[in-house]
Design a binder for this molecule. Structure first.
Ligand code: GAR
Length: 197
């Protein structure tokens, strides 16, 4: 594992789609509020808008599409190789919608971080915002956690609450969730990388 010349940890950001959390992290690295070097942005989805945004910011990218009917380990192999080649110290999941194998998690023990759009352990899964509305909750939020071998599980390192208003829909709630994520994730990563808990 490497740090850059100024001792900043090298990170990889894994995405599947829009990449708004990735953008918040890249901005924080650039403005100095997050002491980390974005070594590479990786997506399982070659059409992810986030890949184009990362390239526009001059960050190295890798599209590594998952093939159907192929073991997950085989799909993960090019990603693991890139992480090793880039000397990545921390793996930051930012809307990466594939479940990692135990072998992948063990390759970076305690060094894979995820953000989830609900207050874990409530509402795990890929449709958390819809699920929380469906359940009729009046409060939700955002969770940053260390990734373990279970889905949306692992030590919670930070959370923030987001109120749900009467009449909220996914379209009205999601932007407030994302705003909360964009504030919480870079701040939490800074604390995590620099032992400030
Ligand atoms: C974020 O809301 C993130 O919390 C969620 O995907 C979105 C990605 O948005 N992740 C999960 O649901 C993981 N279970 P982004 O691509 O704009 O950052």
């Amino acid at each position: 594992m490497k740090t850059d010349a100024s001792g900043r940890p090298r990170i990889a950001i894994l995405i599947s789609g829009t990449g708004s959390n990735m953008e918040a992290i890249l901005s924080a690295c650039k403005n100095g509020s997050l002491d980390a070097e974005p070594a590479i942005v990786i997506s399982d989805n070659p059409d992810a808008a986030g890949l184009r945004k990362a390239r526009a910011r001059g960050v190295k990218t890798l599209a590594s599409p998952y093939r159907a009917r192929v073991p997950r380990e085989e799909n993960e192999a090019p990603i693991l190789k890139a992480l090793r080649d880039e000397g990545v110290e921390w793996v930051v999941l930012a809307g990466f919608m594939k479940i990692l194998t135990p072998g992948f998690v063990r390759a970076f023990p305690g060094r894979i971080v995820n953000i989830h759009p609900a207050l874990l352990p409530s509402f795990p899964g890929a449709h958390a915002i819809a699920d929380v509305l469906e359940a009729g909750s009046d409060i939700t939020g955002v969770t940053v956690h260390i990734v373990d071998e279970l889905v949306d599980h692992g030590t919670v390192i930070s959370q923030t609450e987001v109120a749900i208003f009467p009449g909220d829909t996914e379209e009205t709630l999601a932007p407030r969730i994302h705003d909360a994520e964009h504030k919480l994730y870079p701040r939490t990563l800074q604390q995590l990388f620099h032992d400030d808990f």
